[in-house]
Design a protein. Structure first.
Length: 73
């Protein structure tokens, strides 16, 4: 391990960054879509590259997914 990486670990920077799995991101994106919070949903969709099929299977409404069709892969 290099000097820089060991300094970063000692500073605790990695503890400040929250960890989120793809499943959690999908669930949160669906929750945001169903509550008409499209900005938060858009951020998660673009960060994780979520597809329309994934969101629909997780319970998102068809209308909300179609509204964001230009973002979905």
């Amino acid at each position: 391990m290099g000097k820089s990486k060991s300094r970063i670990f000692r500073k605790g920077i990695n503890d400040q960054i929250t960890k989120i799995s793809r499943e959690d991101a999908t669930k949160n994106a669906v929750k945001f879509l169903n509550s008409n919070n499209h900005n938060e949903a858009r951020d998660l969709i673009t960060m994780f590259g979520l597809g329309a099929e994934e969101l629909l299977e997780a319970g998102a409404s068809y209308e909300s997914v179609v509204a964001l069709k230009n973002l979905l892969t």
